[in-house]
Design a protein around this ligand. Structure first.
Ligand code: TYM
Length: 332
């Protein structure tokens, strides 16, 4: 079975609706036909200022949310990135074939470093995409389910795989990104031209998987729309309504056109209420299951240890091959 790899940062107490609709839904769907490996990328999470106690709690919380969303350990491997040292080790090798200019062009780095200022921006943040390439290339990954914001990082990963292969001999599989059509970019409910993000200015536009249902419903009821009255898909002219249409389409499996027809001549109030209901219905069992899983951290740790064992074995094999190819001698 072809390998799927993806990961999320444990950088908040909850994943958000963008993480869920942009990536996690695809993670779950791919389990039937692929060999998926899903990772809690804690090494990535320390590339910006972080609180160790919060990170410590959020690693398990993130893993629990994967499981509660439908990641199934009979079919998928689930592990924590720092438990498999090969990720950091391959990242080092890949950093030596990454151009400084090439890494400087990553828009996510440019955005984040502009926001933080030069003094707070670390070398770790700069090399973030190289570590991400290592994550993917260690497993012979063919498909990487992510949201649209990861497109450029996937391009870099493909370039690095191709470059390594042509310089040192065929080693890595060149992966493809799997990016959804309607929900690849979910926007902030209060600021519908900005991507929904853990680091949003205010919580009001950020829909968290772990929010209480009443809180989620309220966030949708107060979502920013426009002064018109038509529920019509027009991302440039009606970003708020279009975002809500994307969300409703992705949560119900219905098409945008179908939804436009259904809400013709009806007010925004009705529409927002329905979006809230659909999302709450979808997220409520996920939240409940996550809380249940978190009641037994020892069991979660046991499951993560099994995953780390399986992942290590595969990663070590690829790392050894890469080390051989660049000319390192094996430890005798
Ligand atoms: P992270 O934690 O920032 O995001 C996790 C996933 O959620 C998607 N996403 C969104 N999708 C739609 N709309 C949004 N507003 C939105 N916000 C986030 C992201 O595209 C991502 O799929 N760099 C990765 C983590 C990573 C990784 C990897 C992914 C590290 N190594 C290897 C794949 C393969 C990231 O952005 O995490």
């Amino acid at each position: 079975r072809p390998v799927v790899f993806s990961g999320m940062q444990p950088s908040s107490d909850s994943l958000h609706l963008g993480n869920y609709l942009g990536a996690l839904v695809n993670w779950v769907a791919l389990q039937d036909t692929y060999d998926p490996i899903y990772c809690v990328v804690d090494l990535h999470a320390i590339t910006v200022q972080q609180d160790p106690a919060a990170l410590h709690a959020n690693v398990r919380r993130t893993a629990a949310q994967y499981l509660a969303s439908g990641v199934d350990l009979e079919r998928s491997t689930l592990f924590v990135q720092s438990h498999v040292p090969a990720h950091a080790e391959l990242a080092w090798v890949l950093s030596t074939i990454t151009g400084f200019g090439e890494a400087s062009r990553m828009t996510q780095f440019k955005d984040k470093s502009a926001k933080q200022g030069a003094d707070a921006t670390t070398v770790g943040l700069f090399t973030y995409p190289v570590l991400m390439a290592a994550d993917i290339l260690l497993y012979g990954t063919e498909l990487v389910p992510v949201g649209d914001d990861q497109r450029q990082h996937l391009e870099l990963t493909r370039d690095l795989a191709g470059r390594f292969n042509s310089r040192f001999g065929d080693t890595f599989v060149v992966p493809e990104a799997l990016i959804p059509t309607e929900s690849a970019r979910i926007y902030d409910l209060q600021e519908p031209t900005a991507k929904m993000s853990k680091s949003a200015n205010s919580e009001a536009g950020l829909v968290k998987l772990m929010d209480e249902p009443a809180v989620t419903a309220k966030k949708f009821r107060s979502a920013v729309t426009d002064t018109g009255r038509e529920v019509r898909y027009d991302p440039a002219g009606k970003p708020g309504i279009s975002n809500l249409l994307d969300i409703l389409a992705a949560t119900t499996g219905r098409s945008i056109v179908e939804l436009e027809i259904e809400y013709e001549g009806r007010g925004y109030g009705d529409f927002k209420k329905d979006v809230a209901e659909a999302v709450v219905e979808r997220l409520t069992p996920i939240r409940a299951r996550t809380l249940e899983l978190l009641e037994d951290p020892a069991e979660l740790d046991r499951l993560l240890a099994i995953g780390a064992e399986k992942a290590s074995e595969r990663a070590e094999r690829m790392l050894r091959t890469a080390y051989d190819r660049v000319g390192f001698i094996r430890r005798g």
